[in-house]
Each structure stands twice: as C-alpha cells, then as structure tokens.
Design a protein around this ligand. Structure first.
Ligand SMILES: O=P(O)(O)OC[C@H]1O[C@@H](O)[C@H](O)[C@@H](O)[C@@H]1O
Length: 319
C-alpha cells in the first residue's frame, strides 16, 4: 500500500463547491475518466499505463498497437508505459543489472489510489473541470523476482491529470528505506500521427544526443527540426528548451512540456523492426506513431533515505 501523504499535489485539487460533472469508472483492470467537455483518458492498472487520451473532438492522441497485450502478461505496446528504475538494457555492474530492459514499473500491476477533481487547476482555465487520478506502486507489490533484482524500499505515486487543455503525467519517487538508491525514469509516450512522412519535431536543437541506430555515440545537430525518415532512436541529453513539439504537415499537433526532467528520447522502429515485433500491429503502424519520451536517463538520480523526486510531462493537443 502506497502512502499518498508524501505526494505533493501536481495541481491544486478541491472537493468543495458544486459537484463537478466528471465521469469516472474503475474496475479490476482499468480506470476511465471523462470530462464534461468530452476529453477522456483510460489507464490500465497493469503498469499504470495510459492506453487512451482523447481530445473533446474525439481525436485519439496516443498510438496503441492493435496487438498490444492488455491482460497483464506483457508490457503494453503503445500508450504511455512507465520506465523505472532503469532505461534500456541495464548496464553491467550496477544495482539494476539483473532487471529486464526498461525496468519493472511497466510490467507490474499498480494500485488505484483514487481521484481528486478541480475547477481551478493548471489544466482547467476558465472554470472547467479537471480530474487527477493517482496510482501507487511500492516494493511490497513487486514480484519476488523483481524484489530480488532490485531490493530497495521505494514507493511511486503516478498522477494522471486530465484537463481540457491537456494531459499531465507526473511520477513521484520516494526512498522509503535507509539505504540510498539510484534510478532512471522515463515516460515512453507513443503519440498518434496521421502520416510520419509529414511529421517533424522541434525543440531538440543545440544539444547533443546519443544515436542508438548509428553507433551509440554522441552527435549534435543545429537543425531546428527533426524529420523521421527511417529508423530513429535518439537520446537527447540536457535539453535547454522545455518543450518538444510534434508538427504534422508543418502545423503544431502536440506540445510535450518536460517538468523537472532534462532528457528526451525520440523513437520510431520503422518498417523492418516494426515487423519483427510480435506485438506491433498493423505492420504499417510505424507510419502512424512517434515516441517522444521525456525522462531522466543520462546518468542516475540518487535518493537518500526519506528523499523524493518528481518529474513528468504536460502534453497539449492542438486538435
Ligand atoms: O521494445 P521495448 O522494450 O518496449 O523498447 C522499445 C524502444 O524503447 C526506446 O525508448 C528505446 O530507446 C529503444 O532502443 C527501444 O527499442
């Protein structure tokens, strides 16, 4: 059971005043929330994976594979899987070495901690409602294998806030033990796009990146935009701009604003790799997605006993 008391609220929430018209339903596998404006979000308890975020126009903003496994037997291919406590294949000779790629958070069932609603939060200008859904994961909820592989006393609170102006997802990490630990975190967001041929991203210039497709070494680019024209797997480090924008046909489609995080991964598997993934469908799905993943993955965050760290993103959709 995660203690929610340690969690600083990502937006102000209130339970007084007129009852907000937010529709929330929760069952054994997922939590769904819909605002009076029509915006909606669906969060699977497995991995606390956001699997759908629709704007009031009905437009889906996240890409989810048609073959995504949603029964809790495999990390979800699509939506927003949470990467913790290690990004990518774990390095040798590190406390995370025995963990699987991207850690355990995306493949463990989380607990729904409840909701709070607000009429004046950061995502609800002009008196409209927003809703914050909290999910928790702590050491006692891990499988025996994960607990053995990473034997630290931690708790995570993941807050998913839906407002008419966007979706905010914040991860709060707390060291509940006495021994310090190191971790990386990343929100592996699969964004839906109309056609990757006419997609570019901006806000990533003027900084170095590791190109995992080319040679896993450091590169830099001064170009203000990045077009995705083939397999792309870049880790941008210590970004100066807070916002990475996804443009479709030269028009802003989504803005991804980092909060207390410095790094961003841009990933598209392209044709061959997409086809080789058993849970990636349809084969041409790579044309309709791009991952822009905010995180802290360059080096490690260290928490002493009793310390907390919080980081995440605010995503705004232009349609
Ligand atoms: O197949 P997975 O484990 O979900 O990982 C998908 C991709 O995730 C990205 O974040 C990594 O940069 C890629 O290297 C990786 O291939």
């Amino acid at each position: 059971m995660v203690d929610r008391a340690h969690k600083p609220s990502a937006i102000s929430a209130s339970s007084t005043g007129p009852q907000p018209q937010v529709d929330i339903s929760a069952d054994d596998s997922k939590v769904t929330a819909r605002l009076p404006t029509g915006d909606s979000v669906e969060v699977l308890l497995y991995g606390a994976t956001v699997i759908s975020w629709k704007s009031n126009s009905g437009q889906e903003n996240l890409w989810l594979s048609q073959k995504a496994v949603l029964d809790g037997s495999k990390a979800v291919r699509g939506g927003i899987p949470i990467v913790f406590p290690v990004f990518g294949p774990p390095p040798q000779n590190h406390a995370t070495s025995s963990l699987p790629q991207h850690g355990f958070a995306r493949s463990t069932r989380w607990e729904y901690l409840g909701k709070s609603t607000s009429e004046s939060g950061a995502l609800s200008r002009g008196g409209d409602d927003s809703v914050k859904l909290d999910f928790g994961l702590s050491q006692s909820q891990l499988s025996p294998e994960s607990r053995k592989a990473w034997p630290y006393d931690f708790s995570l609170v993941y807050s998913v806030t839906l407002g008419k102006d966007g979706l905010q997802t914040m991860l709060n990490v707390r060291n509940e033990g006495k021994e310090s630990f190191e971790f990386q975190m990343l929100l592996h967001t699969y964004f839906a796009v109309k056609n990757i041929s006419n997609v570019s991203t901006s806000g990533l210039a003027g900084t170095s990146y590791i190109d995992k497709v080319l040679d896993a070494t450091e590169h830099s680019s001064s170009s203000p935009t990045l077009s995705i024209t083939g397999e792309t797997d870049r880790v941008y480090k210590s970004l100066k701009q807070d916002t990475t924008s996804i443009l479709q046909d030269d028009k802003p489609r989504l803005d991804v604003v980092r909060d207390n995080l410095t790094d961003t991964v841009v990933w598209n598997p392209w044709k061959e790799k997409a086809k080789a993934m058993g849970d990636f469908a349809p084969d041409e799905g790579y044309m309709n997605m791009v991952c822009v993943e905010v995180g802290s993955v360059d080096g490690w965050q260290k928490l002493e006993g009793g310390e907390t760290f919080e980081g995440g993103q605010l995503v705004k959709s232009h349609i």
